[in-house]
Design a protein. Structure first.
Length: 416
């Protein structure tokens, strides 16, 4: 149930006046704000919109409309047609640089920036800050990352899922009882290289500094190629986990481990209860030039989901106020209780709200082996990373040598 906020009508009116830079409007005023976010979150924001509306002065007629535009597509859609874009939209933090570059984000006024800095985690505040040290978005959740889900009916403990090669050679993973990883997606295709190498992104130059084509990167690529060549569909399957959750949750699962993120935790827990566990990604054997092997820990990206306000919104004061309310302690609590998205709010994070949360377990275990997505990769990264993943999973497309493939990847992420 929604708990009524201490955020008074008087306080809201003060913020609206400050945002408008003038006096409250005389007479009645109609305000409609379009919000973009994933379809599964619409009910949450509809509930919060009603609570927000109840706090407004009686002369304000407020309405929220909502459209299904996922976090991964927000920047493309906003930049592509800013005039028809939402007033408020949810996006992953790695899109912030592009949105800032195109001047489509409304900078948070000082009062809002101070509130966000006080109430949200330092990491999420950093992820919502531009290169000029200005807050340009509201932190929403600290759960943008991936890890390993595993079926406890088949794996007794995390020790049994810590080594991918061992899982395969022992027969724990086999045809009909596989690990699923969407390695043809550039997001997950980076996993073998993240901990084993270095990558960073400079938004000012739009260039990456990356050493994934060195001997360590080559060992990682060859190790994953060997796994794919020997065990594809006989222990590991390279499919989209989001589209195949039924293979994990059904009574006789064909997938007993999967690399995915917090967004699938609610469904998995609802269908499997305590039979689903989460931990860090496994290690795998990298193959050196002399064919000897060594353990490589798979890595992941980590980041925040943010809520932005369009710079050209017709109602900037209301949009800022509503976005701040949606991302407040109460807003994040309602969101967590409904769809289990992990909060950035310091009070909620320090509470027992997320105790026993499977996604929190996975993210915490993976955290030492994760890198910040926004400062590590830019928009040029994803297609070349996907090409690496396709190179791993499909031997028929390997026209280049492994070294040539990695060299081409480095060239592509910098458009050389």
């Amino acid at each position: 149930m929604f708990k009524r906020s201490k955020f008074s009508i008087l306080g809201l009116a003060t913020l609206l006046i400050a945002g408008c830079g003038g006096t409250p409007p005389a007479g009645s005023e109609s305000v409609t704000l379009l919000v973009w976010g994933p379809s599964e979150e619409q009910a949450v924001y509809t509930q919060l919109a009603e609570a927000y509306k109840a706090k407004l002065p009686e002369n304000v007629k407020f309405r929220m409309s909502y459209a299904d535009v996922g976090e991964g597509d927000a920047a493309t859609n906003v930049v592509g047609d800013v005039d028809t874009a939402a007033d408020i939209f949810i996006f992953a933090d790695d899109q912030l640089n592009r949105l800032v570059e195109n001047r489509v984000l409304l900078e948070l006024p000082e009062s809002y920036a101070n509130t966000v800095t006080e109430r949200d985690s330092a990491a999420s505040v950093a992820n919502a800050t531009n290169n000029e040290d200005k807050l340009v978005a509201f932190p929403l959740s600290d759960d943008n990352g991936y890890f390993l889900y595993y079926n406890k009916d088949y794996f007794a403990s995390t020790d049994e899922v810590k080594d991918l090669n061992q899982m395969l050679t022992s027969g724990k993973l086999k045809a009909g009882k596989q690990l699923m990883m969407d390695i043809g997606n550039g997001y997950y295709a980076a996993a073998p290289f993240i901990v084993n190498g270095n990558i960073s992104y400079d938004p000012d130059t739009n260039l990456h500094t990356c050493d994934w084509n060195n001997a360590h990167g080559l060992a990682a690529l060859k190790g994953m190629m060997a796994i794919a060549d020997e065990y594809q569909d006989a222990g590991i399957t390279f499919q989209n986990v989001d589209d195949n959750l039924i293979e994990i949750t059904k009574a006789e699962p064909t997938v007993v481990a999967a690399i995915s993120g917090s967004w699938n935790a609610e469904k998995l827990v609802a269908d499997m209860g305590t039979r689903i566990g989460a931990t860090k990604l496994p290690t795998f054997k990298g193959i050196k030039a002399d064919e000897t092997t060594y353990d490589i820990q798979m890595g992941a990206f980590a980041g925040s989901k943010l809520m932005g306000v369009k710079s050209s919104t017709k109602f900037p004061a209301y949009a800022l106020s509503f976005a701040s309310f949606l991302t407040s302690e109460e807003g994040q609590r309602v969101r967590y209780e409904a769809i289990k998205r992990l909060p950035t709010n310091k009070v909620l994070a320090a509470s027992n709200l997320t105790d026993g949360n499977v996604a929190a377990d996975g993210l915490q275990a993976q955290a030492p082996f994760a890198i910040p997505q926004r400062s590590s990769v830019g928009g040029k990264f994803w297609d070349p990373s996907q090409a690496n993943g396709n190179y791993i999973k499909d031997a028929t497309t390997r026209e280049l040598t492994p070294q040539e493939q990695l060299d081409a990847f480095i060239d592509a992420i910098n458009n050389i």
